[in-house]
Design a protein around this ligand. Structure first.
Ligand code: CP
Ligand code: NVA
Length: 308
């Protein structure tokens, strides 16, 4: 079964094929209205369930549009409206959904929900974000980097702020695409040792540098994400903001990176918190290309999952 659960669980050759196919499918659609069907219809006759236990703008819309462009149909389900949250086991939900749909994308809290869904479903399951990782986002980000700057292999990527779920998938990508990653943020919010170890074992240089100015020296890519993720309690907001404020990405910080460094943020962003508007809207920012590439990357991920 070709699930897409995490970047480190997918073979590097498959990841590369997904990025290449995403680029080809994107080029084939230049200038077309968004609901125009692709010339190829690999999802014709296919039904895709999109399950959201957390809010979403990009993931929801990009998966929905992507499925339709490839000839399939979608059903968007909110966790709250399903029996999932009311006592039916994940395993039984997975078995039932497999009788109705050909592919399941799920955004959830605890990673075990995703893993159990994948274990018991008879159809491929895609990770649309958990508390721990966000692989679809990073596939779009690698695609975006390479569109602008060529191969990401050997490049220096700097993550600023919270060592969260998006950071974790960047560490997985560092291992599989062979780039180096420096984390700069407070000790309390370091990425998981397991994920850093995995990338180091694969030969990537993974560093922690508490001084953000030093961290971004020589960076090819600087990344920020929200200081309070959907799984973080709002009661920790003030404490997190106080810890993370020194790691804001602003023009002064970007000046310490390479002159042609790119800036990325998976969005949604909090302007003047983790990043200033001057950087978000500045010439080094590729944030809306990243958002667009969610669509193309996920279309290729779905084709990979369905063997089409
Ligand atoms: N970046 C991302 O996953 O955005 P959404 O939460 O809007 O889906
Ligand atoms: N780290 C963020 C990413 C949102 C797409 C969160 O989990 O809320």
């Amino acid at each position: 079964m070709n699930h897409f659960l995490d970047i480190h669980k997918t073979e590097p050759a498959d990841l590369r094929r997904i990025i290449d196919q995403a680029g080809a499918m994107k080029n084939a659609r230049i200038g077309l209205p968004k609901a125009t069907l692709d010339a190829e219809q690999p999802l014709a006759g296919h039904m895709v369930a999109l399950i959201f236990e957390k809010p979403s703008t990009r993931t929801r819309v990009s998966f929905d549009v992507g499925v339709r462009q490839m000839g399939g149909e979608t059903m968007v389900l909110s966790g709250a409206d399903m029996q999932l949250g009311h006592g039916e086991t994940i395993a039984d939900t997975a078995r039932v959904l497999s009788r109705y749909v050909d592919l399941i994308m799920i955004r959830t809290f605890d990673e075990t929900v995703l893993l159990e869904m994948a274990e018991y479903a008879d159809v491929p399951v895609i990770n649309g974000l958990t508390d721990r990782t966000h692989p679809c986002q990073i596939m779009a980000d690698v695609m975006t980097f390479e569109e602008h700057r060529g191969p990401i292999k050997g490049k220096k990527v700097v993550w600023c702020g919270d060592g969260n779920n998006v950071c974790a998938s960047f560490l997985h990508a560092a291992a599989q695409f062979q780039f180096d990653l420096t984390f700069t943020g407070p000790r309390q919010l370091d990425p998981e040792d397991e994920f850093m170890g995995l990338a180091r074992k694969a030969g990537s240089r993974i560093n922690i540098e508490r001084d953000p100015d030093k961290a971004v020296e020589g960076a090819d890519l600087v990344i920020a994400d929200t200081w309070v993720s959907m799984h973080d309690s709002q009661s920790t907001k003030e404490r997190r903001h106080n810890m993370l404020r020194p790691y804001q990405v602003n023009e002064a910080l970007m000046r310490q990176a390479k002159p042609d460094a790119l800036f990325m943020h998976c969005l949604p962003a909090h302007r003047e918190e983790e990043v200033t508007s001057a950087v978000m809207d500045g010439p080094q920012s590729v944030i809306f290309d990243e958002a667009e590439n969610r669509l193309h990357a996920q279309k290729a991920i779905m084709r990979h999952c369905l063997g089409r």
